[in-house]
Design a protein around this ligand. Structure first.
Ligand SMILES: Cc1ncc(COP(=O)(O)O)c(C=O)c1O
Length: 374
């Protein structure tokens, strides 16, 4: 099987599972629906529409709305970066920011350094643009990294790891998607604070507010900014004026009634996901005691590697058997830069399914595992 067809097979299985309400969803890395601030966003939506001049319904500038850019820059300054408001480019999610950053700093055929396990849509993007993702310490044109909270492992790069990363002296895409969801909080000092001349910083409101808004951002070194704006403009003119206006109103507390500030919300989210992570971690430990995993320091998921006797199990066969037992997860090969499908590893997301379903789901998964091991 080629890598692409394996991805397509997994995608088809996961889509069928997602459409079945009896299946506990531990795949996908979606934020918890119960945490969407529906009422506050609805109020912000109405206020955004009633603004004089209706900017929410009008075209805007390619770099995004001034107010939202200022909010993003202020949050980065609070974390130690020297980011100016006019350095922020609002994008259609972090994914577009990564795509622009990749185009700015590499060419077809270039090698891009990645973690041994990394964010699948970044790998897919690199392959689609003929960049070659490689794990390890070899010579590369660019590094794609998640220093604050990694996906899929949910780990934070320590001081020594940061030094090693910076010492490689190449441009770095800093994917900060989960930084605000580091359980210990608040978000750590970003890498761009230490190397603004070669870090392309990427962030998003998808994990902390709503991925449906499709709002992220990109900050590039000065010399790349004009080109970044050209690529953004050529691709889609600008991020949605409507969702930018909703977000700006929401973040500035618009007509704040009963709802909490964004920073108060982050405190709640960190506690919420940390509790979920602990529930899933306990269940994993109880039901699959020979599997290896590290408790995540943030994010939405646990990366787990099968014990000795399960390492050669075919992951697609395991996924199919798990779905038949009403559990769906993300197979580990999706996260690997190589096409290796063993040793068996899986990403288990605790973010989406109701907390009470996590332990029973792990019990069923363990039963399936014991069966396929035989
Ligand atoms: C590490 C990482 N970066 C970027 C993204 C994409 O985020 P967005 O919804 O802002 O495009 C995700 C979403 O899963 C992610 O996990």
């Amino acid at each position: 099987v080629t890598q692409r067809s394996a991805v397509a097979v997994i995608d088809a299985i996961q889509r069928r599972a997602a459409a079945d309400p009896r299946v506990t969803g531990l795949a996908g890395g979606l934020p918890a629906e119960v945490q969407f601030p529906k009422r506050a966003l609805a109020q912000s939506f109405l206020r955004a529409l009633s603004q004089a001049g209706a900017p929410a319904l009008q075209y805007g500038w390619v770099e995004g709305s001034e107010g939202l850019r200022a909010l993003v820059a202020r949050r980065l300054r609070a974390r130690g970066a020297a980011t100016r408001d006019d350095e922020v480019i609002i994008t259609n999610g972090a994914q577009q920011a990564i795509a622009i950053a990749l185009e700015l700093s590499t060419q077809a055929g270039d090698h891009v350094g990645v973690d041994t396990e990394t964010y699948p849509a970044a790998l897919e993007l690199m392959r689609a643009r003929r960049r070659i993702p490689v794990a390890g310490a070899g010579k590369v044109r660019l590094i794609y990294a998640m220093p604050a909270v990694s996906n899929p492992r949910g780990l934070t790069l320590d001081a020594a790891g940061r030094r090693t990363l910076l010492a490689r002296h190449v441009p770095i895409i800093e994917d900060d998607a989960y930084a605000d969801l580091q359980f210990a909080g608040p978000a750590p000092r970003p890498l761009i604070a230490d190397a603004p001349d070669r870090v392309l910083h990427v962030g998003t409101f998808s994990k902390t507010l709503s991925p449906g808004l499709r709002i992220g951002w990109l900050i590039t070194p000065h010399r790349l900014r004009r080109r970044a704006l050209q690529i953004k403009q050529a691709s889609d003119l600008q991020a949605s004026s409507l969702t930018q206006a909703i977000l700006e109103d929401y973040l500035t507390g618009g007509g704040r009634g009963a709802h909490v500030t964004f920073d108060e919300r982050l405190v709640v989210l960190r506690r919420f996901y940390r509790t979920r992570a602990a529930v899933l971690g306990r269940a994993l430990h109880t039901h699959l005691p020979d599997w290896k995993f590290q408790a995540p320091e943030g994010g939405f998921a646990i990366w787990a590697e099968a014990g000795e006797r399960g390492r050669q199990i075919d992951e697609v066969a395991f996924l199919k058997a798990a779905v038949a037992a009403r559990v769906v997860f993300d197979p580990g090969s999706l996260f690997r830069s190589s096409s290796a499908r063993s040793p068996l590893a899986i990403r288990l997301c605790f973010s989406t399914a109701p907390s009470a379903e996590l332990e029973p789901a792990m019990r069923r998964l363990a039963r399936v595992y014991r069966r396929v091991c035989r």
